[in-house]
Design a protein around this ligand. Structure first.
Ligand code: GLY
Length: 321
């Protein structure tokens, strides 16, 4: 019998314990625990995995601690372009938006694409027009802005770097990692519901100082987000270009389906070997139909949490000792 569970991430990268104040650490822990708890509540009431991951990611988008929705990073032009995807493992129905600038919760727009359009992925203005037609209230682009993200862009511009949302991205003059105490991270969730159905959702502001028009792995089914009841639900965080080239989320499913690897083996093979071999950094959260979970990452830390129905939420940031 399956065990209903939700697992979430808030990004992976150079999260140095020494650079994190106790107060800030507490903020992250509380935010992650609250999101896991909301997913557990939905699942314990018999709600679908699809509803649980959508709501978890919506909450993460609303929290400015994470690089999705409010608190998203800036493009090179000082704007915000957001990506999101949601996938139902029962039907393989998928909805995604990319490069949107005026949708407060891209994951809800992705869900609307899944439910109310004949398409899988809408981009830019077309995605925004579709969202408005579905009753979404547009927001100004600076709705997503925060002072910390602006400062992060200024440092990236100064260093002439494009910072992956998970990257330390260089050094301060004092030798500390550039981004160590900053907010960063794609967000995502996977769940297995009481009926054994799987779902995955991923949302991001992308990477600081990215080209206008750049799209990462998060909104691309099979790259940063994938769910199939026959194998696994996966949400990725990390170096988007590498996750796209590997079709990382689908590769985990393929290794389970065609090579017979376990969830743990498949997710570790992709994250620790394949992503690492291409110079990528990041991790995944993944769940199979029996409710087994895997949360591997090859970076210093990954904001993450999970909760089985009936159990306490478990939250972690750093690599276990
Ligand atoms: N992994 C998120 C991005 O690269 O945009």
């Amino acid at each position: 019998m399956n065990r209903a569970v939700i697992a979430i991430h808030g990004g992976a990268g150079a999260i140095a314990r020494a650079a994190m104040s106790k107060e800030k650490e507490q903020c992250y822990v509380q935010a992650l625990a609250a999101v896991v708890a909301s997913g557990q509540t939905i699942l314990s009431a018999g709600g679908s995995a699809l509803d649980a991951v959508t709501e978890a990611v919506r909450l993460l988008e609303e929290c400015p601690l994470f690089n999705a929705g409010k608190g998203s990073v800036f493009t090179h032009q000082g704007t915000h372009e957001l990506d999101a995807c949601v996938m139902d493992g029962h039907t393989l129905d998928t909805g995604a938006v990319a490069g949107v600038s005026h949708i407060r919760n891209p994951i809800l727009a992705a869900r609307a694409v899944l439910k109310h359009s004949p398409h899988v992925l809408l981009i830019g203005e077309g995605a925004e027009r579709f969202a408005v037609s579905r009753g979404f209230e547009p927001v100004a682009n600076n709705f997503f802005s925060t002072d910390e993200r602006w400062a992060q862009l200024q440092r990236a511009l100064g260093n002439q770097q494009i910072l992956l949302d998970h990257d330390s991205g260089g050094q301060h003059a004092d030798g500390a990692p550039l981004d160590a105490d900053r907010k960063f991270g794609t967000v995502g969730a996977v769940a297995c519901d009481l009926h054994g159905n799987l779902a995955a959702a991923t949302s991001t502001g992308g990477m600081t100082n990215k080209y206008v028009g750049r799209v990462g792995d998060s909104p691309l089914p099979g790259a940063g987000c994938y769910a199939n009841n026959a194998s696994v639900a996966v949400s990725c965080t990390g170096t988007g270009e590498v996750f796209i080239r590997l079709l990382a989320a689908y590769d985990i499913a393929a290794l389970m389906t065609y090579a017979g690897l376990s969830l743990q083996q498949a997710s570790e093979r992709v994250v620790m070997e394949k992503v690492t071999a291409l110079g990528g950094s990041g991790g995944v959260v993944a769940v199979d139909r029996a409710g087994n979970i895997a949360l591997p990452f090859n970076s210093e830390g990954m904001y993450r949490g999970y909760g089985y129905v009936g159990d306490d939420a478990v939250v972690a940031i750093y690599r276990e000792a």
